[in-house]
Design a protein around this ligand. Sequence first.
Ligand code: DAH
Length: 344
Amino acid sequence: METLKDKIQVLRDQFAQAVAEVRDQQALQELRNLYLSRKNGHLTRLFESMKALDPEQKPAAGQELNAIKRHVQAELDRLENKLRAPSRSGPDIDLTLPGRVSYWGSPHPVLHIKERIEQIFLRMGFSIEDGPEMETDFYNFEALNFPPHHPARDDWDTLYIDDDLLLRTHTSPVQIRVMEKRKPPIRMINPGKVFRKETPDPTHLPMFFQVEGLVVDHGITFAHLKGTLECFLKALYHERIKIRFRPSFFPFTEPSAEVDIGCTVCNGGGEECRVCKGTGWLEILGAGMVDPQVFKNVNIDPEEYSGFAFGMGIERTAMFSLQIPDLRYFYENDLRFIRQFSKK
Ligand code: DAH
């Protein structure tokens, strides 16, 4: 004989099926009547059938019937809430959760500045060259007029692989490689990674990017050097940027200069400016006329040709143009930092 328990189970299954089919308030009301109506509701009838049970069976049966009644009521109430909320007709979503933002990729700020520099020099008719990051002592030092044991090497201390091989400390070796391969006229830049024996701090990194430049032809003078760099810096920053040349020393250029721009943060007016340290100027480039000895090292006749060269750090340039106080931010790979410079 079918027990009360069986009947309850059948009812539970039927109810679950019916609930899944309810799509609107009317269907819900009909379902409510079907199960709970006082006259003929399925549950009301089950409660009535309890009267026929033996007295000792009644408490357990009552408990089971109450449990299913509570279940039915709760399900119907839940359904009612769901149907009432207008946006709940679709999938079950929580509108109070914060939305998911999908980010657009963006170039790393260093890459972005590197590309801008390339664009400017391409417009001026320069080629873009490449060179190895691991160099020999000859290319990194000797051919650039740093004799062995010359004290100038100390400023370019690096990581050695063996006595002859090292991680290049500057992009200047690419000057040598290009002049070995090609005869003038030469107008080239070379952006690339360089390495130094440095502990990272706000203004030093053991790995960073430089852009090297070299122009060699008949009759190249310091005026060409000045004109080209001024034109470049105005294109990179803005037309009214202040520029000054200071005498300096590099073994591979003579004369040599360092080029400063007016501080992009305080504009020359901030005695307490942390970026220019109150000087009003930022050192941005090293440059000079190619030393005749360098030409001799690559079999170019310095009586026939002359040229100028320059080199700049890309992170420093990015730091000044984006006003970033610490070089290390570039390589911490914190997306919150990088996304600030996204063009979106
Ligand atoms: N190689 C130099 C450095 O790393 C920068 C430099 C200075 C490059 C003067 C040049 C130059 O080509 O003419 O500090």
